[in-house]
Ligand binder design. Sequence first.
Ligand SMILES: Nc1ncnc2c1ncn2[C@@H]1O[C@H](COP(=O)(O)OP(=O)(O)OP(=O)(O)O)[C@@H](O)[C@H]1O
Length: 457
Amino acid sequence: MSKIDGKILVLDDDQGVLYTAKMILKQHFETVITEKDPQKLDFLLNQDRYDVIVLDMNFSYGLTSGKEGIKLLRKVLEKDPEAHVLMNTAYGDIDIAVEAMKEGAVDFLVKPWQKEKLLATVTAIYELSQAKRKLALAEAGQKIVVKDQQREFNDIISVSPAMKPVFEAIDKVAKTDANVLILGENGTGKELIARAIHNKSNRVDENFIKVDLGAVSESLFQSELFGHVKGAFTDARENRPGRFEIANKGTLFLDEIGNLSLSMQAKLLTAIQFKQITRVGSNKAIPLDTRLICATNMPLYEMVEEKEFRQDLLYRINTVEIKLPPLRERVEDIEPLARHFLKLYGKKYKKQRMRLNETTLTKLKAYSWPGNVRELQHAIERAIIMSNSHLLAPEDFLLVERPNQNVITSDTFNMEDMEKQAIQNAIRNAEGNLTKAAKALGLGRSTLYRKMEKYKL
Ligand SMILES: Nc1ncnc2c1ncn2[C@@H]1O[C@H](COP(=O)(O)OP(=O)(O)OP(=O)(O)O)[C@@H](O)[C@H]1O
């Protein structure tokens, strides 16, 4: 019979009780730790996370009040409010057992117990602890996943030969557990591709969890990704799993990976390397089986040369690399995409039978779409809202060809001056919307703020 992969801690001052409990439980559970000295409780709790803790009521010789047990129980629950504690008393004092249950113990046993009784009780509590843990993870995941499912569109529309290698790569990589790096400009559909990989993978019934690393501050990074335990910092009022844990058995999509600072890169690398995380404020490692998909619009290889991105991290995340071409390099996709969005937004705004005339299509195809598919999507949405007719005309699209944002027109070659100018242009183009400006620049918002401060903008 295979053993249950559980960790049981038994704390009792009676060596005989410890010996018997170990003999019985060891046959059924993978790890059974016994300890005689209550002073070691702190150390043991810091050391590991136990599925069931069997705790004696009285330690000092001659004491039968159960007060020691209650004190230890409080200590356990303070450290881990989700701990499952089974109280063990030799005196059958129901009052003190009831008090322990009120304090948060799950059950109590009266010594001397029978072998079957101990085993049945510990096994039942173990199952309860697993069910509760799963539920907590599912609930935390659900909040994110439900929000996620509100995304409007999931189909990938494309007829362009430039996208063929992308579809081939999705098919080849989906069923494997290989880490995938998706490279492409803003709005080219990187997230859509990440979802397609997840949906075609064996992990499809598990969570797909997205983290926008460009929007995660340095201080929140660890807690957001790895979770925290109660009391780890002022706002940590309860234990909370991080995105890595919620994505366990599923897929974790790390968007804007190029925006991570070097210190955040180091922490991420450790988690990926060891396939485990440690919640903030705890020192118990939690092993994970998470498939990683990363995306960025930043030139990661150049950043490695400039020592802005760790090479070892790059090699961990780029087992398979998928490059998404910008929309201007797949003009064939503009018409089917436009028709696709026309249908979707026509339905949304109750303006069905919307059409595009030939001149409009020519205008859409001639435009360079620096914001790629997302810009086309927004342009169609806006045109549908504003138009008074069923036929969208060229005037319904305000497409202003901007100077190529990758080419900075400047008479200076000083890097800092060029950067400052690029930031000013981006803010102007985005009409002061800093989130949009940061996206256009390929920066995270916090990096943009830092740079604005630096250049006094
Ligand atoms: N081939 C496509 N077919 C249909 N819709 C698409 C396609 N490509 C992108 N889209 C839509 O365009 C929008 C932007 O796509 P997505 O968010 O996947 O881009 P992204 O590259 O991840 O953007 P960012 O770099 O800003 O994070 C989404 O609404 C997505 O549904």
